[in-house]
Every structure is written in C-alpha cells, then in structure tokens.
Design a binder for this molecule. Structure first.
Ligand SMILES: NC(=O)c1ccc[n+]([C@@H]2O[C@H](COP(=O)([O-])OP(=O)(O)OC[C@H]3O[C@@H](n4cnc5c(N)ncnc54)[C@H](OP(=O)(O)O)[C@@H]3O)[C@@H](O)[C@H]2O)c1
Length: 228
C-alpha cells in the first residue's frame, strides 16, 4: 500500500444526480476520488461497488480505498432513497428501507473511515441530508423527513466526536434539487430547482475550509418558505 499525496475523498451514490455532480466538481478541484456505486461504471476516479443494503459493504469499500490510496481525508455520504409517504402510511418495511440507506449506512461508513479521517488532521464529512432534515414541509414527505432528521443528527454527532482530531462534519440540507429523486416527487419545472452542481459547490467549499471555519449545517432552497 502506497500513500498518494493528493487528498482522498469517498463519495457514495456517485452514479448519477447529486453524487455524480460532486464527483465531477471534486475531481476538477484536484481531489483523488474513491467513488461508491451500486453498479460500477467508469467514473472520475477509482470506482468500487457499494450497495448500502449489502452486508459489510462499508468496511469493504473503505478497505479497498486504503489499499488503493493509503489515506482518506473526506467522506461524502450522498446515496439516499425517498418515498412519498406520511408517517401514518409508512410501514415498518418502508422505514427500515429508508433508514438503512439514509442513516445506518452513512453511520457505518463514518465508523469504518474514522481511523483515517482522524489521522488526516483535517478530516471532512459531508452528509447529504435535506431541508427535510431540518423541517417537515408536508405529510407526504414526513416519513422521509424522519430519516433525514437522523442524518442531520449524524453530521452533528460526528462534528462533536471528531473535533479534537480535526474532523469537521457538515449536514448539507437542500430543498428540491433537479434529479430523478425530485422529479419523482413533484411536477415542478426542474429548471427552477437547485441544480446538482450548485450542491456540489457547497460540498467542495466545506471540504476545503480550514479547521477554524467549521460549518455545522447548510440549508439551501430553490424557493422561499418560512425561515428557509
Ligand atoms: N433531489 C432532491 O430534491 C434532494 C433534496 C435534498 C436531499 N437530497 C438527497 O441527496 C442525495 C442524492 O440524491 P439525488 O437527488 O441525487 O437522487 P437520485 O438521482 O435518485 O440518486 C440517488 C443515488 O443514491 C444511490 N443509491 C440509492 N440506493 C442505494 C443503495 N442501496 N446503495 C448505494 N447507493 C444507493 C443511487 O444509486 P443507483 O444509481 O444505483 O440507483 C444514486 O446514485 C440523497 O441522499 C437525497 O436524499 C435530494
């Protein structure tokens, strides 16, 4: 195992949507990338199979990243799933499916990458949560919001846990972003929504800021609503 000199970032769900935009932007900014995809295909870096529903997937992807690069400086937990169900309609199986990808898998990833993030001295974690992780806007989005509030809490927990070792964690919390996920939830014109690369710019920023400028969470919206 040799150690690369460029900082290494892992990005989950890099196949499309926000994750693909983050990979493109971080690659252009000079990051070395380890991209997790359910169905691996050529990407802007090292691509590894990553399915949040598969046993030991997080430990295997982290081990493969270390084998390849010898270091991990940033973790972008982006893979996620949504469903249009209220907290009354969602079954145990619905909740388990969303919690698995949106909450438990990112926590497992952070645990697996932790020794390397802390060794970096300026480890970074970006959890792609949602405005639905900061407020509940409708009944239809409320089951998803339960999981995204937990994802926001994960980011804040990691910020506390890694502070003394230089780890800075941020919950990135967008409203509708023009991807397949939003298109399945609304008939709003995607041109009006936040664009995937605009979220990627925020991720690049929080990964790049020094330890003395920690950003706990960022709410970003395509429209105006109350405090967001
Ligand atoms: N779009 C929005 O309006 C919006 C707003 C706020 C927050 N977000 C959050 O942003 C993140 C990215 O969403 P997106 O809008 O880019 O959605 P998307 O276009 O539907 O993409 C979802 C990504 O997650 C991956 N994924 C889904 N289930 C997975 C699993 N079991 N294991 C590994 N990867 C899995 C998908 O992989 P495959 O290609 O293999 O399916 C895909 O790469 C999510 O966490 C989402 O909750 C989205």
């Amino acid at each position: 195992m040799s150690q690369t000199s460029a900082r290494v970032a892992m990005v989950s769900g890099a196949s499309r949507g926000i994750g693909a935009a983050i990979a493109t932007r971080l690659a252009a900014a000079g990051w070395t990338l380890s991209l997790g995809m359910r169905t691996p295909r050529p990407g802007e870096g090292f691509v590894h199979a990553y399915d949040a529903d598969a046993p030991d997937a997080e430990a295997e992807w982290v081990a493969a990243t270390i084998e390849r690069f010898g270091r991990i400086d940033a973790l972008v937990c982006n893979a996620g799933v949504a469903m249009q169900k209220s907290v009354v309609e969602a079954t145990d199986a619905d909740m388990a499916a969303m919690l698995q990808v949106n909450v438990l898998a990112p926590q497992r990833l952070a645990r697996a990458a932790w020794p390397y993030l802390t060794a970096s001295g300026r480890g970074r974690v970006a959890i792609i949560s949602s405005l639905s992780g900061l407020r509940v806007a409708s009944a239809n989005s409320s089951a998803y919001a339960m999981t995204k509030f937990a994802a926001t809490a994960l980011a804040h927990g990691l910020r506390h846990a890694g502070w003394d070792q230089g780890v800075r964690a941020t919950a990135i919390c967008p409203g509708f972003v023009a991807t397949d996920m939003a298109m399945a939830a609304t008939d709003t014109d995607p041109a009006l929504m936040t664009q995937p690369d605009e979220v990627a710019r925020l991720v690049e920023l929080v990964l790049d800021l020094p330890n003395t400028a920690s950003v706990p969470q960022i709410g970003v919206n395509w429209r105006v609503e109350g405090q967001f």
